[in-house]
Design a protein around this ligand. Structure first.
Ligand SMILES: NC(=O)c1ccc[n+]([C@@H]2O[C@H](COP(=O)([O-])OP(=O)(O)OC[C@H]3O[C@@H](n4cnc5c(N)ncnc54)[C@H](OP(=O)(O)O)[C@@H]3O)[C@@H](O)[C@H]2O)c1
Length: 310
């Protein structure tokens, strides 16, 4: 579970631990991951776990494990994957949940715009590196799962793979407004949808991939927005938006529901398949995005049928 130290990721992890899953909290901050680990173990003990004593549960063992990965940094992703493979011989599910909305135009060390790098390119690199393990861990009857946490804002997204490959960002700066944080975020969420489609086109029956929209959630995702905006919208967000725990239920559903076995590539909201935008269903666009992303990843790959085979 990436981005497991806050918001939807943390609550999904909490619910999964409650189902007795072993959850790796893949976070960019070691201290936040460790603190979340402690909190989840504690809440698990409060909720009770038959068969294990308090000391045993606090020590962890099964349950939750913190690991560090910065999705905007390809070296960090490679290190994470190497360590993961050293310590684990199976992976039943990968949840690509972490995301950011950069407040200004920033780039990662490869010169790729930060929101795109974090929300799309990093998860692609992580997923393709973990794919062989996911495949080894799954069977036709009980496939491993990849759940990409998407957003209905994908409908406002744009995807121009040629521009992306050349400029290392999804759209040009607006002549009046300059960098558009929300615009770049929407673009990255459309890319998540297209990547889900690409994956479903070549994954075999040992892995099922799904995109899930959690709805509008009162989380810290908009922390880069101006303070006045966050203060002004706080009452509305607190009153009308979903809690991260409510949103997490849809993610847990996609990780556990029998009904989605063999239904790779679908997009779900609260356990119901929903129709994505026309752009998100464009196979040619998905293929071109895959090629542009592979070009930006320098050594990583968006994946293909032949690579996915072991
Ligand atoms: N909130 C909504 O209304 C909403 C709606 C639709 C979809 N979503 C999607 O839901 C998912 C979870 O978002 P959320 O609402 O729960 O927001 P959140 O509380 O801000 O969680 C985002 C998580 O991503 C992590 N993250 C950010 N940059 C990272 C990086 N470079 N490497 C690794 N981790 C990184 C954050 O870690 P730090 O704590 O270290 O920053 C945080 O744990 C996202 O994919 C988002 O697009 C949210």
């Amino acid at each position: 579970m990436t981005g497991a130290n806050s918001g939807i990721g943390k609550e999904t992890a909490r619910q999964l631990v409650g189902l007795d899953a072993t959850v790796i909290l893949a976070c960019r901050s070691q201290s936040k991951a460790a603190a979340t680990c402690f909190e989840l173990r504690e809440s698990h003990i409060v909720n009770g776990r038959p068969g294990l004593g308090v000391a045993e549960q606090l020590m962890g063992g099964k349950g939750v494990e913190p690991m560090v990965v910065d999705l905007a940094d390809s070296d960090s992703i490679q290190r994470f994957v190497a360590e993961f493979k050293r310590n684990h011989d199976r992976l039943d599910a990968l949840v690509n949940n972490a995301a950011t909305i950069a407040g200004s135009l920033q780039h990662n060390r490869d010169g790729v715009e930060l929101t795109f790098a974090t929300n799309h390119a990093g998860p692609v690199l992580l997923t393709s590196a973990l794919l062989p393990l996911l495949q080894r861990s799954g069977t036709k009857e009980r496939p491993s799962r990849i759940v990409n946490v998407a957003s209905r804002l994908e409908r406002q997204g744009r995807c121009d793979p040629d521009f992306l490959a050349g400029q290392r960002q999804t759209r040009p700066l607006d002549p009046k407004r300059g960098y558009e944080p929300l615009g770049h975020y929407c673009d990255s969420k459309l890319c998540n949808m297209l990547y889900t489609r690409s994956l479903s086109s070549f994954l075999d029956e040992r892995v099922t991939v799904a995109a899930v929209t959690p709805g509008m959630v009162n989380s810290g995702l908009f922390r880069s927005f101006p303070t006045w905006y966050r203060l002004l919208t706080w009452p509305v967000r607190a009153l009308y938006l979903r809690t991260p725990a409510e949103a997490a239920e849809g993610v847990v559903w996609a990780l556990t529901a029998e009904t989605i076995v063999g239904e790779s590539g679908n997009y779900y909201a609260d356990g119901v398949a929903v129709e994505p935008s026309a752009a998100a269903q464009d196979d040619e666009l998905a293929e071109r995005l895959c090629m542009a992303t592979t070009q930006l990843l320098q050594g990583g790959s968006c994946g293909s049928a032949s690579e996915a085979k072991e």
